[in-house]
Design a protein. Structure first.
Length: 285
């Protein structure tokens, strides 16, 4: 958390700079965890192309939600990939596989300017980002030095009333990054943005901290009707408020678009490291 908060002032300086030049055309790798035919992604591609960007979809062949940063490193095996239509690739793998394949094969030798993952059908906030394939794809881009944005659309029940708004905001955000890039950098080094668009927006865009609580998790209920040792997965919704001040989960539920800078490093901050070093001092193998 410490490292992520330090990134916010630099990012605010970028996003707050008025756009004075025409939007630069970006080469974008667009992916998701819902599959290459996901309607929100196809609509975002159309909108980004209409805004003057060059957009290539490289996404899983089917739904890969909840797989996080899972990637295939079983060397010697094969992966199936095909260009299903001009500029639209399907990969038999995870979102991270799609980004890796896209950068190394589809964009071979000439990497994209930006990776955009989403818009996901459902929010990715707080501890859920640890398991999100949408965010996992964005983090995979960071590992090879490409800035990225993960975009998610909050649901209201089973519907997505603000889907069109989230797509329009995704274009506005990409355009703002393009027009305010400093020294050719769309974002601070090794930085991704985790963006969540509310079901009922109030008109605010807020820089948010990453919450700690899973908004929804899994309960395991005995299911002896299926088999003697079976348990059935059931949703378990969090009711307690998130303990983090200005948490993305809290601000999103209040109708704000949340923007949370992430890095690919899970390293603890220097204070925690120093304290643990003192406690482990003198420990030998």
């Amino acid at each position: 958390m410490f490292r992520r908060i330090l990134l916010i002032p630099a990012l605010l300086a970028v996003l707050a700079t008025p756009a004075q030049a025409q939007t630069s055309s970006l080469r974008i790798l667009l992916t998701n965890d819902d599959g290459y035919q996901a309607p929100f992604t196809l609509q975002l591609r159309q909108a980004l192309v209409a805004a003057g960007h060059e957009v290539t979809i490289v996404a899983p062949a089917g739904d890969s939600s909840g797989v996080g940063t899972s990637i295939n490193i079983r060397f010697g095996t094969t992966v199936e990939a095909a260009e299903m239509s001009p500029g639209v690739w399907a990969i038999a793998g995870s979102p991270a596989d799609a980004v890796s394949f896209g950068i190394r094969t589809v964009f071979a030798g000439d990497p994209p300017d930006l990776v955009v993952s989403g818009p996901n059908q459902g929010e990715n906030v707080a501890a859920a980002v640890n398991h999100s394939g949408t965010v996992g794809a964005a983090i995979t881009a960071l590992e090879v030095g490409i800035p990225s944005v993960a975009l998610s659309t909050a649901r209201a029940g089973s519907a997505f009333p603000s889907a069109a708004g989230s797509i329009a905001f995704g274009v506005k955000l990409v355009n703002r990054l393009a027009t305010t890039a400093r020294n050719g950098r769309l974002l601070p080094a090794h930085t991704a943005l985790n963006v969540n668009y509310p079901a009922v927006p109030t008109g605010e865009v807020r820089m948010a901290r990453l919450g700690r609580m899973l908004p929804i998790t899994v309960d395991y209920l005995p299911a002896t009707d299926a088999c003697p040792r079976c348990y059935r997965l059931a949703p378990l919704t969090a009711t307690a408020p998130d303990p983090v001040q200005d948490a993305d989960r809290t601000l999103l539920s209040n109708g704000a678009v949340t923007v949370t800078p992430l890095t690919s490093s899970w390293e603890a901050g220097p204070l925690v490291t120093s304290r643990l070093s003192d406690r482990l001092d003198g420990l030998t193998p």
